[in-house]
Design a protein around this ligand. Structure first.
Ligand code: AMP
Ligand code: MG
Length: 397
């Protein structure tokens, strides 16, 4: 048996780093910048008005009220900006360039709003309501450093400094394959002995939630030739193959039988659930093989694929938030294995630690209780039991 951490490291190493590509901003949400992004322009790119009002010389409005002729109208977007002559005002809108000669803006609320002459009711100091060139970002400096996760604010800034595309780690393409002769896709009717296939949608949605692409192959029956015939031709188009089922100790273990000796190694990882795991390369393409039980699939995804995919996509924080919490009931765990139990964690205001209790038993077929969980309770390899009130590690999902 190998440790959870060792297998996680192997899977992370197998995936490596996703290639760098340039994508339009609209396709880059949630991805990670692969290079520093320099500002092509300063922000603001020119001195401009922070208010709808009147551009003036502060010296002309040092006493109020005062009436000035309105010499120009400057809506936002006007590019031919005339000089402001002493003793005059320009009507100006928010974001419009400040005319040369002006050193203050009087907001419209402090005037009579006149269009030929304006009566200014309050004095203004130099610099009032002016947004200065480069106040936010200076041209040529790093607007967004490599490693930045592109959320709405970051994409907005990239657009504001003039970028149409950004260099990012491109979404990995993952081929998801479920195996099992017993599997049926809804809404086809079930015969006795058959079950509905549920791993593909779990894996695909979990993969997509990380910003990767997932392609799902219809489930493959437990037949080595069929498995090879369906999957092998599709490998060339993907960065990673993820399978579920067919890797444990029984007979008809299709994934194990098809990929043993082809560059994929099958091993037992010291964890519960999710012991039987495999990884390697098939025709040069990274392969991660997960066990079949739905809860094992999701726990394996959390333990191995989620951190490996995030790391490959350039994310630095790949771990779930870990907290300590007091158990609401006792639990047992198999010796020598790290147990991941589905749990429900709550933290009341004012409490130092939260509390956590298991949702459902340890059985890896108990998917319904996973849907009521918001965390995984982690009992380490050297722990065989934990009592009510004991503090345990909790991974927040
Ligand atoms: P296996 O590892 O193939 O022996 O599968 C272990 C258990 O998980 C069996 O009860 C399978 O029926 C079940 N299982 C495997 N694959 C799936 C799937 N894609 N959807 C739902 N259950 C599955
Ligand atoms: Mg199977």
């Amino acid at each position: 048996m190998i440790s959870v951490d060792a297998h996680r490291e192997t899977v992370t190493g197998l995936l490596g780093n996703a290639p760098v590509t340039r994508l339009p901003l609209a396709s880059a949400a949630g991805l990670v910048l692969a290079e520093d992004v320099l500002a092509g322009v300063s922000l603001p790119p020119f001195d401009n008005s922070a208010m709808d009002g009147y551009a003036v010389r502060a010296a002309d409005v040092s006493e109020a009220p005062v009436t000035l002729p309105v010499a120009e109208d400057i809506p936002a977007g006007r590019v031919d900006i005339a000089k402001l002559e002493p003793g005059t005002a320009h009507r100006i809108m928010t974001g419009a360039p400040l005319p040369p000669g002006a050193d203050a803006v009087v907001m419209v609320e402090h005037t009579d709003g006149g269009v030929t002459d304006v009566r200014i009711l309050r004095t203004a100091v130099p610099g009032a309501h002016i947004r200065r060139l480069g106040e936010d970002v200076v041209e040529g400096t790093v607007a967004l450093p490599a490693g930045t996760v592109l959320g709405p604010a970051q994409l907005g800034l990239a657009a504001a400094v003039g970028l149409a595309e950004v260099p990012v780690r491109r979404p990995l393409k993952v081929l998801v394959v479920s195996t099992g002769t017993e599997l049926v896709d809804a809404p086809n009717p079930l015969r006795h002995g058959q079950i509905y296939e549920s791993n593909s949608i779990m894996l695909a949605s979990a993969i997509r939630a990380l910003g990767c692409e997932a392609e799902v192959v219809r489930s493959v029956v437990d037949d080595v030739d069929e498995f090879r015939a369906v999957i092998e031709p599709r490998l060339a188009d993907v960065d990673l193959l993820v399978t579920s089922g067919g890797v444990s100790a029984g007979a008809y273990e299709v994934v194990k039988d098809a990929l043993t000796g082809q560059g994929v190694e099958f091993r037992k990882v010291a964890m519960q659930p999710g012991g039987p795991q495999g990884c390697g390369r098939w025709n040069g393409v990274p392969v991660v093989t997960l066990p079949g039980n739905p809860v094992s699939v999701l726990v394996s995804f959390e333990a191995f694929l989620r951190p490996a995919l995030l790391s490959a996509m350039g994310h630095s924080g790949v771990d779930r938030q870990k907290v300590r919490a007091r158990l609401t009931e006792s639990m047992t765990s198999p010796a020598g294995r790290r147990q991941f139990r589905r749990g429900s964690y709550t933290h009341s205001e004012g409490e130092v630690t939260g509390i956590v209790g298991p949702r459902g038993g340890p059985g890896s077929h108990l998917l319904a209780s996973f849907t009521q969980a918001n965390c995984l309770i982690v009992l380490p390899e050297d722990v065989e039991s934990a009592a009510q009130g004991d503090e345990v590690d909790v991974l927040l999902l």
